[in-house]
Design a protein around this ligand. Structure first.
Ligand code: S3P
Length: 163
């Protein structure tokens, strides 16, 4: 088994946190979830960070997270925030898996409550525009593109088989 970090990237609602948990069940590697760690460090929720400190501040926290992981962490599962590949070089953290999910499936996965946790998902049409705009960046930052329109079991199996 490899000691390299497994880095999950993808749009909001593409299942990074759920896939991370499924990978944990199979490998027992620890999960580091960038949003959860940043929110905990700042003692604020993600929407609170956006509204009180601004998106630029949040992106700086993501950059710091990415750099710290690249220098100090190995053998973990890294669940990233959906915007991280746009602002940071995610490849420095480990092997990058893009969870590629159709926008319709993303919409059907996200409850109202889940949407409220995501300041950049407030408007469905704008979210679709962002999704389309970001696709190329996700693809070009990925070592492996995973079809995430499948069961969690199959997704995590595909990831582990590619190692
Ligand atoms: C963002 C995605 C969110 C969170 C923040 C910004 C984005 O994470 O980091 O709201 O720019 O796509 P999830 O991908 O876990 O929703």
């Amino acid at each position: 088994m490899t000691y390299i970090n497994l880095v999950l990237i993808g749009f909001m609602g593409s299942g990074k946190s759920s896939v991370a948990k499924s990978l944990y069940q199979k490998t027992k590697k620890l999960i580091l979830d960038s949003d959860k760690i940043i929110a905990n460090n700042e003692n604020l929720s993600i929407p609170e960070i956006f509204s009180s400190k601004g998106e630029d501040y949040f992106r700086k926290c993501e950059k710091d997270f990415c750099y710290f992981v690249s220098k100090n962490i190995q053998n973990c599962i890294i669940a990233t925030g959906g915007g991280m590949p746009l602002f940071c070089d995610v490849k420095i953290m480990g092997k990058v898996f893009f969870l590629h999910l159709d926008f319709d499936n993303i919409l059907s996965r996200l409850s109202k409550k889940e949407i409220q946790k995501r300041p950049l998902f407030e408007n469905k049409n704008q979210a679709l525009e962002l999704y389309l705009k970001r696709l190329e960046t996700y693809k070009s930052n990925a070592d492996i593109i995973i079809n995430a329109n499948q069961s969690l079991e199959k997704i995590s199996q595909d990831i582990l088989e590619s190692l």
